[in-house]
Design a protein around this ligand. Structure first.
Ligand SMILES: CC(C)(COP(=O)(O)OP(=O)(O)OC[C@H]1O[C@@H](n2cnc3c(N)ncnc32)[C@H](O)[C@@H]1OP(=O)(O)O)[C@@H](O)C(=O)NCCC(=O)NCCS
Length: 200
């Protein structure tokens, strides 16, 4: 679903997919290529369990975020939504890219539940701002929109995770925006920090 009453154009979806690839180059969807990324954002924009947030200025997308009410099943639901399309692209890329193959294997075989502190909570599963627009308040505006929406939906807390690496500036950003570090755990073979924020 879309966070506001606005509609989203194919061009905006294309821009969001391109920004995702630039801002999050190591993500599994980036490694799958722009066609899969485009379909992912199309899926999110139509899914009743996800909300797509995006900001534009003069028709240019400055940032986007995905809020999920069922984050644990998100990848599987996406693959089921377009199984042939995703399967062919994922398979052909994974054969050529060992990093992608490892990520897919981890996702397919890892049955570990998320840390108990965040289980069952809505989660921001993607958030990114255009490189030239970072540190201009875009990320903060998108979190504010997500929080207003969550509050209207009766949610009183939500979570997100980011790479635990001390050089990852997103950790500082979330702490500054009122998130509390509640757990550290491996996900997809990498160390992550899990943050929670209470609303209202
Ligand atoms: C993380 C991200 C979404 C934040 O968006 P943004 O538009 O740059 O964020 P804002 O401009 O709203 O706010 C940045 C704030 O974080 C603070 N900040 C940035 N790096 C920081 C650090 N290392 N430590 C502490 N605070 C930091 C800034 O000082 C600023 O706070 P202020 O406005 O109070 O001065 C953006 O930087 C991004 O796209 N990064 C690349 C993709 C990514 O890592 N996404 C998150 C994956 S979980």
């Amino acid at each position: 679903m879309l966070i506001s009453d606005a509609t989203i154009s194919a061009d905006e979806l294309r821009q969001i997919a391109a920004l995702h690839r630039t801002a999050l180059p190591d993500s599994i969807f980036s490694l799958c290529g722009k066609a899969v990324l485009y379909r992912y954002y199309q899926f999110v924009s139509e899914s009743p369990r996800e909300a797509l947030i995006w900001l534009t200025e003069e028709k240019q997308v400055l940032g986007a975020a995905v809020l999920s009410f069922a984050p644990e099943q998100l990848s599987k639901r996406f693959v089921r939504w377009a199984p042939v399309f995703v399967g062919i692209r994922l398979g052909s890329r994974a054969v050529l890219n060992p990093k992608l193959a490892r990520k897919v294997l981890h996702l397919a075989t890892n049955k570990a539940a998320p840390p108990s502190a965040v289980q069952g909570l809505p989660e921001i599963v993607q958030i990114f701002a255009a490189p030239h627009s970072q540190n201009r308040g875009i990320g903060t505006k998108m979190l504010n929109q997500a929080e207003q929406f969550l509050f209207q939906q009766q949610a009183r807390q939500y979570c997100l995770k980011t790479q635990a690496d001390d050089t990852n500036p997103a950790n500082g950003f979330y702490l500054k925006r009122g998130f509390e570090l509640v757990a550290e755990a491996a996900f997809g073979g990498r160390a992550y920090k899990y943050y929670l924020k209470a609303l209202g």
